[in-house]
Every structure is written in structure tokens, then in C-alpha cells.
Ligand binder design. Structure first.
Ligand code: AMP
Ligand code: MG
Length: 318
């Protein structure tokens, strides 16, 4: 059921049930992180491999320290600027964090989401919420309540409606497990913003190495559309897809070779934030069309362009 009743959401969560919650990044599938039975329901509802750990959410840094977590100085500097916000910190876990949340690893991922309803909800709870994106594992993340309803409606007790997500991409994940902080996933906060506060970080991960087992599940096909998706030079790929029904995802350009109804321009004004915000709902919309292939441009590798490229590339892996 979709609704805006905060008390209903609170009661379901206290009873160990699943509630989909709005955040500024994407909708989360939330459960009491301290209740292993409730957390198990998240994995089951999403069909998520149990080796893929969950991010825990709360409304204040002090709550995380009260749960035994030790926060490094650079994390605190970032938190002062960017939390609440689309930034997740990976740090050593404490005994109070169940293994079910961290998938048996010694690290936990924490975040303060920047959404008024999520913050109000979290402020009423004395436990953190474990919440991955509220979509079946591997599919595109939901950016409004209806997206959740369509795919997980039967599996959640309540969907708390907080409107459209205004960032629209998952959080950026930064790890503090090594001396030099490293980015584990590009997302809604740019690398440039992070480095402007704490200086150079390690962001050189690529699809060949480094991530596993720190953040399992990051290498594989993910955020995937049902239709085949190809990223790269769209003009060239149009020629190579002759006789196929094509949809296009572009930054700001029009392609005369393809019917207008199948062209999705993410930002006429060349604004990467706007493009990021629209990306997932466009991917979902295209999945409902009768097309054979989605051709996506490669976006500029700056700001949120990095995260957009990351999602498109992982959607394109077969
Ligand atoms: P989602 O919330 O669906 O975007 O997925 C959460 C992401 O956070 C996944 O990519 C996880 O691999 C990553 N993550 C969660 N917990 C940890 C952790 N303890 N260490 C590293 N990565 C994590
Ligand atoms: Mg996800």
C-alpha cells in the first residue's frame, strides 16, 4: 500500500516488517537493521545475494557513535559538509551491527539521507534502517513510489510516498578502511566535491580488480534494463543496428534517424545533475516500449557524469 502515514511506517518497522522509504537518491527497502529476521526479509524480497551487504541509515552522526562505531577525522570533515546527503561511508563495524547487514564482513556502510520524510522517520527510531534500493536485485533503482509498487508492491508492508527523488542516483560510497580513503562507487555526490574537502582520494577502481570482496556485487551486470543496452558512439551504433527498433538515451542531442517518441534527452541544458535525476525513470520508461535495443551516449567523465557512465556501463554488461 502506498501512503504518507509516518506512524504506520514507524509501527511496521518496529514490528520487524519491510517499509519502502523515500530518500533523495532512490527509494530504499527498509528494515530494522538490529533485527536479523527483518533484515533477512530484505534479501528475500529483492532476491539479493546474501554476500552483498546493506547500507544502514540514521538521522544523526551521534547515533552511529552511540552504536559503537568509530568515525575517522576525514569522515567527520565530509559529514560536516555533505551529511545529510548522497554520500555513504564504509568503516569498521562494531559488535552491535549484525553480520546479516554486513554480509559477514568486518565493515559497515553508513549514511544520513537528505530527505525530510526520511529524516523525520529516522529521528523517531532508536535503531538504524538497513535499506538497499527498493528494486528486484539487478534491475534499475526506483525513483518514485509507483516504481516500487510495480515491482515489490506485494512484498512490502507499506510504501511511504515522498515524491520523486531529486538526486535520482544511488549514493557515492567512500571507504575509510585503508589509510587513503577510496571511492567504491560513483554516485550522487561528485568526486570533485569530495576532494575539495579532504584532498586526493583513491578513485582508480575499475572493473578488473580492487572492489571484491569489499563491495561484492559491484562488478556484475546491475541497474539493467530488460532491453539490450549499448553505450558509446550513438551515430555509429545506429548504423550497426539497422532493421532494429531503436531507443536512444542522450545527454542533450537529437538524432534525426530515430523517431522522436523513442528519443530520451536527459538534459537539454547540458546539466549533469538533471541528467542523473532523470536517468532511471527514462530507463524504466524505455523498458515499456516496443524496441529491440537502447543506444546510450557516453557522458562527460566529470561531476555526476562518472556515475551516469557507471550505471549505463553496468546496465550494458551481458
Ligand atoms: P544499494 O543500497 O542497493 O545501492 O546497495 C548498497 C551498496 O553498498 C552495494 O553496492 C554494496 O556492495 C555496498 N556496501 C554496503 N555495505 C558495504 C560494506 N560493508 N562494504 C563495502 N560496500 C558495502
Ligand atoms: Mg541497488
Amino acid at each position: 500500500m502506498i501512503g504518507t502515514d509516518l506512524n504506520k511506517a514507524i509501527n511496521f518497522l518496529k514490528q520487524g516488517e519491510l517499509v519502502a522509504i523515500p530518500t533523495e537518491t532512490v527509494y530504499g527497502l527498509a528494515a530494522n537493521a538490529f533485527d536479523e529476521k527483518a533484515v533477512l526479509k530484505i534479501y528475500q524480497a529483492k532476491n539479493r545475494p546474501q554476500f552483498n551487504p546493506l547500507i544502514i541509515h540514521s538521522n544523526a552522526i551521534e547515533k552511529f557513535t552511540s552504536w559503537g562505531l568509530i568515525l575517522p577525522e576525514k569522515l567527520l570533515q565530509l559529514a560536516t559538509r555533505f551529511s545529510p546527503g548522497p554520500l555513504t561511508y564504509v568503516i569498521p563495524k562494531s559488535n552491535q551491527i549484525p553480520d546479516m547487514v554486513t554480509a559477514g564482513t568486518d565493515a559497515v556502510a553508513i549514511r544520513i539521507p537528505n530527505h525530510p520524510i526520511a529524516l523525520k522517520l529516522l529521528s523517531e527510531l532508536d535503531f538504524p534502517l538497513a535499506a538497499p534500493s527498493a528494486n528486484p536485485s539487478g534491475y534499475v533503482s526506483p525513483t518514485n513510489a509507483l516504481h516500487v509498487q510495480e515491482q515489490l508492491g506485494e512484498k512490502v508492508s507499506y510504501i511511504l510516498d515522498g515524491g520523486e527523488c531529486n538526486v535520482g542516483l544511488e549514493s557515492t560510497i567512500i571507504s575509510f578502511l585503508d589509510n587513503v580513503p577510496s571511492i567504491l562507487r560513483f554516485g550522487g555526490l561528485s568526486l570533485e566535491a569530495i576532494e575539495s574537502v579532504i584532498g586526493k582520494v583513491n578513485s582508480s577502481f575499475n572493473n578488473q580488480h580492487a572492489i571484491s570482496p569489499v563491495a561484492p556485487g559491484m562488478l556484475s551486470r546491475h541497474y539493467a534494463t530488460k532491453h539490450k543496452l549499448i553505450v558509446g558512439d550513438v551515430e555509429k551504433n545506429i548504423l550497426q543496428s539497422a532493421s532494429q527498433k531503436i531507443a536512444i538515451i542522450s545527454f542533450h542531442k537529437k538524432y534525426n534517424e530515430v523517431v522522436e517518441a523513442h528519443q530520451f534527452i536527459l538534459s537539454k541544458n547540458k546539466n549533469l545533475e538533471e541528467a542523473a535525476q532523470k536517468l532511471f525513470s527514462v530507463m524504466r520508461a524505455i523498458d515499456k516500449l516496443d524496441v529491440d535495443v537502447i543506444l546510450a551516449e557516453e557522458f562527460p567523465e566529470i561531476g555526476l557524469g562518472r556515475a551516469i557512465n557507471d550505471r549505463l556501463k553496468r546496465a550494458s554488461i551481458k
